[in-house]
Design a protein. Structure first.
Length: 258
């Protein structure tokens, strides 16, 4: 997209997680895309007049297709350029396309972005920062990671996996983690996300990457997620499943003692 002029924006279905602004096409058609960036799980498509904030939800995708390719079911929004089209596909409509005008200030001050934690592969993500962020928190450590206010990118699947690698029980009160355990957890988060990137992401029902391929993380790396009742790959103890905040959590009761 960067360096190309947007000819048309077509909104086929505005009912996403939040309604797509009704005047969005009028705001950006004819403008040149200046940059494409990322913050956490948000894609930021920058124009002179502002920035599109795009979130893919749980299983959405944004793919480039030829100009004459037919639109598929659940392709809700089209960005049409002279050289290609980009289609936002989101069967569950958990994703979002929002507008942040330049007059509102830097896009990183938008309410959805302003309170996000640091990037997991950035220099700011240190055991010390993690330890400080957890101090005084009575919420379970897995919930603290999912909140994204200390570090971003640790979603439900990878939170279970990172805690398993760090040998930390998911119900452990976040504020009880010592700096020593935060050193281990910090590295486990990086290792878990790194493995996921190498293997192309996770395979969760209809998830595919930008090329239409399913991720291979579960086939290669998964230690606990979606393995309830199966033997732990380390000690052989059956993996357990619990619910935390309406999200499934998997752990080994022997490797991850409370």
């Amino acid at each position: 997209m960067p360096g190309h002029r947007l000819q048309r924006l077509i909104v086929h279905e505005p009912r996403m997680r939040w309604p797509v602004p009704s005047d969005l096409a009028a705001r950006i058609e004819g403008q040149v895309v200046r940059r494409c960036e990322r913050r956490g799980k948000y894609l930021l498509i920058g124009f002179d007049s502002g920035t599109l904030i795009v979130h893919l939800g749980m299983s959405g995708s944004l793919r480039r297709v030829p100009l004459d390719e037919a639109r598929r079911k659940h392709d809700h929004i089209e960005w049409v350029f002279e050289h290609a089209r980009f289609l936002l596909h989101d069967p569950r409509r958990f994703g979002a396309v929002l507008w942040h005008p330049a007059s509102a200030g830097p896009v990183l001050e938008h309410p959805l972005l302003a309170k996000l934690g640091v990037e997991p592969f950035g220099e700011q993500f240190t055991p010390e920062l993690l330890h400080r962020g957890l101090q005084g928190k009575k919420v379970a450590i897995k919930q603290a990671l999912l909140a994204g206010q200390i570090v971003v990118g640790v979603g439900n699947i990878y939170a279970s996996e990172a805690l398993f690698r760090a040998r930390i029980h998911p119900l452990t009160p976040a504020g009880r983690l010592s700096l020593k355990r935060c050193v281990t957890l910090c590295q486990s988060i990086r290792d878990t996300l790194g493995d996921a990137l190498v293997s192309g992401g996770s395979t969760l029902r209809d998830y595919v990457n930008a090329s239409g391929e399913a991720g291979a993380y579960f086939d290669i790396h998964a230690g606990v997620y979606d393995r309830a009742g199966l033997p732990c790959r380390v000690c052989g103890t059956p993996i357990r499943k619990i619910m935390q905040g309406q999200r499934a959590t998997y752990y080994c009761p022997k490797c991850q003692r409370r």
